[in-house]
Ligand binder design. Sequence first.
Ligand code: UDP
Length: 421
Amino acid sequence: MNGSADRILRIFDLVLALLGLVVLAPFWLVRALLALMGTGRVFDRTLVLGRDRRSFLRLNFAGPWLGRNLAALFNILRGDLAIAGPRPLTAAEAVAVPPAAEIRFGVRPGLFSPYQLQQRTGIAYDSESELDRRFVEQQSVGTSLGLIVRSLIAGWVGGGKALPILPQLDFFGVPIVNTTMTEAVDWIAVRATQAPNLCSTEKQEKALLAFVNPDCLNIAYTHDRYRSVLQQAARVLPDGIGIKVGCRIRGLGLAANVNGTDLFPRLCERAARDGFSLFLLGARPGIAEQVAKNMQARYPGLRIAGLQHGYFEPDEEDAIMARINTSGAGVLLVAFGVPRQELWLADHQAILRPPVCMGVGGLFDFYSGRIPRAPLWLREIGLEWTWRLIQEPGRMWRRYLLGNPLFLYRVWKQDRGKVKS
Ligand code: UDP
């Protein structure tokens, strides 16, 4: 970063920090007093690395109460911290920073960081170093301000507090695996690299995988067969900010928002690397072909074992399943929409040979380019659903405007043991 850009950023930080200090002065004083009375000291100090790996003491108000971070305004005024930037690391954490991300030490670390932003809404799939590197390369007053605003909204939507993460969640009797994106892709890859021809019902276990968002769980709440298919699936993964908010109502944390749309490119990358292939079934004619083309261009070496649109006649079904079974696909992705895709997979599980079969909803429409996906900034603040609502208001208003509050209400009720669980 050149000298004048650096000075402008410093002025920006000073103005915001002074403004914050003036506006928050009463709260600041009360919080300092609370710390003193509750713990016998005002500040907690942590030794961390700043710009050019110079150490400084990062201040927090002592005690577990709200507003711990406010003490960092001092660090900002002193010039140790910026408001937006890579998270200040301890010396032990800094050892793990790869040389490609060394650029993160060329700027002041920040009170709000790109990685912490994505963690708040459960979409921090890439490494922290990578996100820091990308942020620092484009850092300006505009990008810093954007990060601050998004962090404040994401903190409100997704919650800033770390909550206990249990390995499994339960919403209305549907067990959901609480895992990370990396583990979810590993899990699929391990199974998909099994020889598909060995994968008859008797010899090896085949895995049915489903993603659920609040709309799916609302359906499962009243649709007994769908709920039972989800209960018997090898894995159900959490899709969307609604599940995170549902977890918060229960005082629990969500490890990550492991939705199909974010998982798909990572699965393609892994399939290209590990050599297993994908069969794409579903969506309108021509869509799966376009998805295959786009993903093969992005991940050279990716093998698409077969393609089939989702508007076939019932009498074509046997031939389609025969095609899937002889294709050697490691993963079958079915995009018929919820709950049809899961019911179809459960009905044909005994016949289908791919080691992993999963329902993916409208995913092909996104990756074919037919429907544009919400921009990253909207996903970072947990409002991807508003994008879907604007795109297809006629179809989506019920799902989001009625479905989201209904889901949260049911979670709240379930938590109090007043409804079936
Ligand atoms: N679809 C299909 N066959 C059908 C009905 C729907 O292949 O008979 C496809 C449709 O083209 C779309 C997907 O299923 O690509 C469902 O998308 P939606 O956004 O409704 O999925 P969800 O919201 O359930 O994830």
